[in-house]
Design a protein around this ligand. Structure first.
Ligand SMILES: [Zn+2]
Length: 259
C-alpha cells in the first residue's frame, strides 16, 4: 500500500508545474538534515531525551508574524518553549484553541511563566486602527478595535505612530489580564503553583525585546469582579465562603456558593 502511494506521489510531483517551489522546499529539507546533524554533534542525546517527554518552563504567546520567531529571538531551542501564536497575540476568553494551550501548559506541563510577546509595527494592531476591510479577520481584530475604543481618550492626543505603538502595548496588556482572568491560572495560584504572567514587546528594527513590567504572579492582583471563588471554597463551610465574598467585595448574588 505504502509503495503504491509513493509511486502515486512521484507521478504527481510538482516539479514540472513549479520548479521554484521544489527548489525552495528542497532547500528546507536539506537545511533540516544539516540542523539535525549539527544538533546531534553539539548537544548529543538532546533529541532522544525530547522524544521521550517535554518539560518546558515557559509558555510563549506571540504574533504569527514571520519576523518574530519565538525560539530564535530568545536564543532557545527545541524543548524550551511551549508556543501559541495567532494574529496580533490576542488572548480572549472565547478562543478555545488558545485556552486549551494555556490549560495544558499550566495544568499538565506546569510551566512557571506565561509570556505574551507583541511586536511594534504589528499589522494586526495597525489594521484594527483603520476602517479598511480585510475579510473574516476583521472579526478577530474587533478585539483590538475594542481596546482602542476603551482607551480612546488617552490615545487621541498622540500622533498616529505613537497611537499604533501604544495600542500594541495595550493589546499585550489586555492579553496578560485576560490570561490572569481565567480560572486556569487562578486555580493554579490557589493550589500554590508557581506561575507568573508577563507582557513583552519585540522591536523589529533592532531585534530587542522590551519588558513592559506587567508581571502578575498572584490572584490578589486580579480585580475582584474577575477573581473567581475556588471549588474548594465553594465546598467549605458557609462561614469561610462568606468571609471570602466579603474580602473580594463580590456580591453574594453574583456567585453561586451554595452548590
Ligand atoms: Zn503582529
Amino acid at each position: 500500500m505504502l509503495s503504491s502511494l509513493t509511486e502515486q506521489l512521484s507521478k504527481t510531483s510538482v516539479t514540472e508545474h513549479d520548479p521554484t517551489h521544489v527548489d525552495t522546499l528542497a532547500e528546507l529539507l536539506n537545511n533540516n538534515r544539516e540542523w539535525a546533524t549539527a544538533i546531534q554533534a553539539t548537544q548529543p542525546g538532546l533529541l532522544e531525551k525530547l522524544a521521550k517527554a517535554q518539560n518546558p518552563e515557559i509558555l510563549w504567546i506571540g504574533c504569527s508574524d514571520s519576523r518574530v520567531p519565538a525560539e530564535f529571538i530568545c536564543g532557545l531551542g527545541p524543548g524550551d518553549l511551549f508556543v501559541h501564536r495567532n494574529i496580533a497575540n490576542v488572548v480572549t476568553h472565547t478562543d478555545v484553541s488558545c485556552l486549551s494551550v494555556l490549560q495544558y501548559a499550566v495544568d499538565v506541563l506546569k510551566v512557571k511563566h506565561v509570556i505574551v510577546c507583541g511586536h511594534y509595527q504589528c499589522g494586526g494592531c495597525l489594521a484594527a486602527m483603520s476602517n479598511k476591510q480585510y475579510g473574516l479577520i476583521d472579526n478577530w481584530l474587533r478585539n483590538i478595535k475594542d481596546i482602542y475604543m476603551s482607551n480612546k481618550a488617552t490615545l487621541k492626543d498622540l500622533s498616529p505612530i505613537e497611537q499604533g505603538q501604544a495600542l500594541i502595548e495595550l493589546n499585550v496588556a489586555k492579553s496578560v489580564l485576560n490570561i490572569c482572568h481565567t480560572t486556569i491560572v487562578q486555580n493554579a495560584w490557589d493550589r500554590g503553583q508557581e506561575l507568573s504572567v508577563h507582557g513583552w514587546v519585540y522591536q523589529l528594527e533592532d531585534g530587542l525585546i522590551q519588558d513592559l513590567k506587567l508581571c502578575v504572579d498572584k490572584k490578589d492582583e486580579v480585580d475582584d469582579i474577575y477573581s473567581y471563588v475556588t471549588n474548594e471554597t465553594i465546598k467549605a463551610p458557609a462561614g469561610s465562603a462568606r468571609r471570602k465574598r466579603k474580602k473580594s467585595n463580590m456580591p453574594a448574588s453574583g456567585v453561586n456558593v451554595t452548590k
